[in-house]
Design a protein around this ligand. Structure first.
Ligand code: SAH
Length: 218
């Protein structure tokens, strides 16, 4: 890494701190993950700016501040098994992989899923399992012989009205799901917490702008 690169990284991390990200483990993970390895050549010089960037197929890599805020809201520990819907370029996945035990991630666009897998291999992120499928249906396979349950779920595309039922079902008791909900132009990031039985508490975190969560494989 050259000096200019190091300076850009440090500037971004300071920027995130100034914008209210206080969790040192989240800031540490974001300093470690090379965001420039996740964006197309044409926008590499902006990789360390706090902005969303195009990644092809009409999709975007989220703004670092939004990635940091969502990650911090998950309150991750190294015991957590995380489900992520919307792998995209895989940047958010890479950040999660440094903070939780295992990440299961789903993307509906095959070329994006394939490129993300390559990056996970290159960066040796061995606790990531990636799949091309419709994430609205949840993780489609049993895990260790059991119906899958996740302590943490993160969705990086916006649901129109509420989280898909399959995702609510796969959230473990006491677990947290972070998901943008709403129509284009009126979306909010929300935290769903699963209480006893089928009760969920809902907290609005902040207004956001995400591409829509769409059914089926693209
Ligand atoms: N997490 C990415 C941002 C991805 S943008 C980051 O780190 O920057 C949102 C992604 O969600 C897009 O790639 C889109 O194709 C994907 N997506 C939308 N609906 C989906 C679905 N039902 N299942 C899986 N992926 C979906």
């Amino acid at each position: 890494m050259n000096t200019q690169d190091t300076n850009r990284r440090i500037r971004l991390i300071m920027d995130l701190r100034n914008k209210g990200i206080t969790d040192m483990s989240v800031l540490g993970a974001m300093e470690r993950v090379p965001r420039d390895a996740f964006v197309p050549e044409a926008v590499k010089d902006q990789a360390w700016d706090d902005t969303a960037l195009p990644i092809g197929l009409g999709q975007t890599i989220s703004q670092p501040w939004v990635v940091a805020k969502m990650t911090q809201s998950l309150m991750l520990s190294d015991r957590d098994q995380v489900l992520e819907i919307g792998t995209g370029c895989g940047y958010q996945t890479a950040v999660l992989s440094h903070l939780a035990r295992r990440i299961y991630t789903i993307e509906r666009h095959k070329p994006l899923a394939a490129m993300a897998q390559e990056r996970f291999d290159t960066l040796r992120l061995r606790n990531v399992t990636a799949l091309c499928a419709d994430g609205m249906k949840g993780w489609p396979h049993k895990l260790a012989g059991e119906t899958p349950q996740f302590n943490k779920i993160i969705v990086t595309a916006a649901a129109r009205h509420s989280p898909p039922q399959e995702l609510l079902d796969q959230l473990a008791l006491g677990g947290v799901m972070i998901i943008p909900v709403g129509q284009p132009g009126d979306q909010h990031l929300r935290a769903y917490r699963r209480k006893e039985g089928n009760e969920y508490s809902i907290q609005n975190l902040m207004p956001v702008r995400f591409v829509p969560l769409l059914p089926d494989i693209a």
